[in-house]
Design a protein around this ligand. Structure first.
Ligand code: FAD
Length: 468
């Protein structure tokens, strides 16, 4: 989609290194750790405006159309096509667009994704707020060659373990976020405004600054929701002629919430599978449901996310999230850097994850007990099937992942010409064995895409209420 030179042109800043450090002033001695350096994780700041512009230009050059300031209203599913009703916010005019397939990329609040998943609520949410400071802090406070993905400077307070993030951008700008893993409850909705107030109150404690001297370029805020998928069938990303991608599909890591990263990492898999469904007209719900970014190794991390939520009413010691983070990151700092890198980039293997959990448990034997107290025995038991599914998937990947995709690549022509359905299922399985376990190694050739059937745009009056 983009050449290396084009990608280079959207990089705003690249860091020499990244620091991760957690407050340990009140921790037991076993739960103290130094800085974990992650020089190749979240080490590139991108200029989103430029990236969007570039992608828009590519789409137009490929014959696409962009309807600016136009809102999706509803879609009408017919046996041979899907018709989308949109409304221009500028003119209030309604338009109908007909297609073979509708791709829903409307993010976590997508009404389509809600509908095809039966209105199921999110399992977790990270209230995140912050902003971009023009020209950063004063001289000598922060070196722009370094980022700080995770930093805590205090313990749990009012049921929240606040975590800071800081990333330099172009022209000495600094992006700073404050977030926490929130335990959803009606009594404690997790106000963003309240968090903004805490942000400004605590910012000078985080980094030396005079708030009145800072120049804010923009504010950034949102609830980043997550789902705890127990297995590949838990969340539906497709129904007849509709496919959800990105945050609408919500298959990113429930621990690190990097939805953009998750989509980009799975882009070869999702685009290849999508290409195949279009090529062979496999646009039913079950087929489109296989076009997804589900990863067994990420699904298993929901327990960590759950364990980072501090309920206000729980009587856990205030230092306990910092203690767990220190114990876990302390173990990570003793592991080979490439494996740590893989883990943080959603590519953690079964053996790595199991080993580090056991090591952290041995380092601080209180951890399993604390986790049980924090999340409850029911949640802990419900994680076991997810872990067993991950174990089974890792075993299958070990048995077949090395040779099956290569063999499939060789037999692509004969299988696809005899049974497109079988070819598609084998293809999606081979991606599940590789990308699905965080091993993005598969390089399958794309079959040429036959020209798509041509649809005349339907004039409004041709859509009868009966066909709606
Ligand atoms: C403060 C913050 C920091 C983050 N930091 C990171 C990070 O460092 N790394 C990372 O990987 N991820 C990060 N994320 C998550 C990341 O932003 C999302 O995962 C990503 O933007 C998802 O992209 P998307 O295209 O699927 O959805 P979105 O970016 O949510 O885009 C959905 C789009 O659909 C539009 N839309 C919705 N409804 C309609 C409608 N009815 N009609 C027309 N348009 C509609 C919306 O306006 C929006 O433009 C962060 C999120 C937040 C809030």
């Amino acid at each position: 989609m983009l050449t290396a030179a084009e990608l280079d042109s959207v990089i705003a800043c690249e860091y020499q290194d990244n620091f991760n450090l957690f407050f340990d002033g009140n921790n037991p001695p076993a739960a103290r750790a130094g800085v974990l350096y992650t020089p190749t994780v979240l080490n590139i700041a991108m200029d989103c405006d430029l990236l969007l512009q570039l992608c828009g230009e590519k789409l137009l050059a490929a014959g696409g159309q962009i309807f600016e300031c136009t809102e999706f209203e509803q879609a009408f599913l017919e046996p041979e096509a899907i018709t989308v009703q949109v409304r221009s916010l500028a003119t209030q005019q309604t338009q109908y667009l007909k297609s073979r397939l509708l791709i829903d990329a409307m993010g976590t609040a997508s009404a389509i994704a809600q509908q095809i998943n039966g209105g199921k609520a999110f399992d977790s949410v990270c209230p995140t707020i912050g902003g971009v400071i023009k020209n950063g802090f004063g001289p000598g406070v922060w070196d722009h060659n370094f980022g700080e993905p995770l930093y805590t400077n205090g313990d749990i307070s009012r049921g929240r373990q606040l975590i800071w993030e800081m990333f330099p951008g172009s022209q000495n700008d600094l992006t700073i976020y404050l977030f926490y893993y929130h335990h959803i409850s009606p009594e404690n909705p997790g106000s963003l405004l309240e968090l903004f107030e805490d942000f400004f109150a605590c910012l000078p404690e985080y980094r030396r600054c005079d708030l009145d001297q800072l120049e804010w370029r923009k504010a950034a805020f949102g609830y980043i929701p997550g789902r705890f998928s127990r297995n590949a069938q838990d969340r539906t990303s497709g129904c007849d002629r509709i496919l959800s991608i990105g945050d609408a599909a919500s298959l990113n890591s429930p621990l690190i919430f990097t939805g953009f990263g998750s989509l980009v990492r799975n882009l070869p898999r999702v685009t290849h599978l999508l290409h195949t469904t279009l090529e062979f007209d496999l646009l039913s719900g079950p087929d489109l449901g296989r076009v997804n970014a589900y990863q067994d190794n990420l699904a298993a991390t929901w327990i960590f996310s759950r364990g980072m939520m501090a309920k206000p009413q729980s009587n856990l010691p205030p230092y306990w999230i910092n203690a767990i983070l220190n114990a876990f990151f302390g173990v990570l700092s003793t592991e080979p850097p490439p494996q740590v890198d893989d883990f943080i980039k959603d590519r953690g293997s079964w053996s790595f994850m199991t080993r580090t959990i056991l090591k952290a448990g041995l380092r601080m034997p209180q951890i399993p007990w604390w986790v049980m107290r924090a999340i409850g025995i029911k949640a802990l038991l419900s994680w076991i099937p997810t872990y067993l599914t991950f174990t089974g998937a890792a075993f299958l990947s070990f048995l077949f992942g090395g040779w099956f995709p290569t063999l499939l690549n060789r037999w692509q022509g004969p299988i696809a010409s005899r049974s497109p359905q079988l070819w598609f299922r084998l293809l999606s399985w081979s991606y599940q064995l590789t990308y699905g376990l965080g091993k993005p190694k598969l390089q399958l050739k794309l079959l040429p895409l036959s020209p798509a059937p041509h649809f005349e745009p339907s004039p409004t009056e041709q859509i009868s209420s009966a066909s709606r």
